[in-house]
Design a protein around this ligand. Structure first.
Ligand code: SF4
Ligand code: SF4
Length: 422
């Protein structure tokens, strides 16, 4: 195996291929605090890409209720258990010392799915630790929707004493998921046909349908279970990152890179997608005014999903403020406490960037903030707080303004002649 640098783990790790990085990388931030599980994203994807015969159980985009839900069922619990078996008690992070730019979450001391797979390597074993879900595990994508963890950790036993921040006594949250178009894709690493590739222009991971022979090694290896097998064509399929939109060749885009269908459909305005610039070693190039770079590397409110698995996923999440921190730490790594603290009492710049979500479907490359008047002074979550009505402006790839919006939502008063006119 080669050695590649995984900045989310703060260290080098083994990977079957040499690191190859795209010119720009497809990445996204999902703000869990806003998701209402309307499933508009799920249906936008399904009605675009997986509406045909043989794709009935194929949900490239899905939204599951955590902690009980999962598509396929128990996908995260199962892979974490396998890693624990491979490295008992060793799946831990070292966070001592100040986080450096190359290791913002500290250093992961355990084994990734590639390292655990390498250790167990035998002539007939796979080089990535994984498993194949059963048919039953794929067949109910939204089981346990809205089932909370209640009193004494019992499912659905609502705590009667009420609930308040910082951690709710009865809790669940919605986890929206798509393929993470990982920097070190496990699906690609496991494919014996080399049918899976990562596009050099945007890092989108695709399966070449003509090369695939349906061995399902990618299904077994992807820890997020986002590569799926289609029985009637006998090949595997996965999220294609709506690449005609991202590359601006879809007629609807007018030539400008546009966000995917699941992003554009998001009612809760939780989603923002971008194309981030990379350094030669796969770390993010400093791009201070790119909203994704700002949320991931400057404000550090958005964290990768299960970074310890080792694929360097390009999906980032603003964790839910109300969920127990140990649960969130195992899911998003050691950056959780800091991320929630910053999100709960956002500074002036973060508040402005949060207004950029879903005002347009065009991919934002840069933002600017114009300072506005003070509109509030007081305390917020026990801390002194001043609110300014700043204006945030979004720019496209060609540095043209896409839109501008303010912190205070604009108020439109309906003219008197329309009263009771519905
Ligand atoms: S999430 Fe899974 S299918 Fe998507 S690129 Fe990563 S390993 Fe491959
Ligand atoms: S469309 Fe947005 S708010 Fe609705 S379920 Fe999907 S991610 Fe959540």
């Amino acid at each position: 195996m080669s050695k590649v640098y995984n900045w989310q783990l703060g260290r080098e790790m083994s990977y079957p291929y040499e690191g190859k990085y795209p010119r720009r990388q497809f990445a996204f931030v999902f703000n869990i605090n806003r998701c209402i599980a309307c499933q508009s994203c799920t249906m936008a994807c399904k009605s675009t890409w997986t509406f045909s015969k043989g794709q009935e159980h194929m949900w490239w985009a899905n939204v599951e209720t955590k902690p009980y839900g999962g598509y396929p069922r128990w996908w995260d619990v199962k892979i974490l258990e396998k890693l624990e078996e491979a490295n008992p008690g060793g799946q831990i992070w070292s966070t001592s010392g100040a986080p450096a730019a190359r290791s913002p979450y500290g250093q992961f001391e355990g084994q990734t799915i590639f390292e655990a797979g390498e250790k167990a390597l035998t002539p007939d074993s796979s080089r990535v630790l994984g498993y194949l879900p059963t048919d039953e595990e794929w067949n109910s994508p939204n089981l346990y929707e809205d089932n909370p963890v209640g009193e004494r950790g019992v499912r659905n036993e609502i705590d009667k004493t009420g609930t308040q921040l910082p951690v709710h006594k009865t809790w669940f949250f919605y986890l929206a998921r798509i393929c993470n178009h990982c920097s070190y894709p496990a699906c690609l690493a496991a494919c014996p046909r080399k049918a899976i590739y990562k596009r050099p222009e945007d890092g989108i991971v695709l399966i070449d349908q003509k090369e695939c022979r349906g061995y399902r090694k990618c299904v077994e290896a992807c820890p997020y279970k986002k590569s799926m097998y289609r029985g009637n064509t006998r090949v595997s399929e996965k999220c294609v990152g709506c690449y005609p939109r991202v590359e601006g060749t879809d007629p609807e885009t007018n030539g400008q890179p546009m966000e995917t269908r699941c992003m554009a459909a998001c009612i809760g305005q939780i989603r923002m997608q971008g194309l981030v610039q990379l350094n030669p070693n796969g770390t993010w190039l400093e791009d201070r005014k790119n909203p994704l770079y700002y949320m991931v590397h400057v404000a550090k409110v958005a964290l990768p999903l299960y970074p310890q698995l080792g694929t360097q996923p390009n999906g980032y999440y603003i964790p839910p403020r109300w969920a127990p921190r140990p649960y969130l730490r195992q899911m998003f790594g050691p950056g959780v406490d800091e991320a929630i603290e910053r999100y709960a009492v956002p500074d002036r710049e973060l508040l402005a960037v949060l207004q950029l979500f879903r005002r347009s479907n065009v991919i934002i490359y840069r933002y600017e903030i114009e300072e506005g008047p003070k509109v509030y002074e007081g305390t917020f979550h026990g801390k002194p707080y001043t609110l300014y009505n700043d204006t945030v402006i979004a720019f496209d790839r060609d540095n043209r303004e896409i839109f501008r919006t303010t912190i205070e939502e604009p108020l439109h008063v309906r003219p008197g002649q329309h009263a009771n006119s519905i």
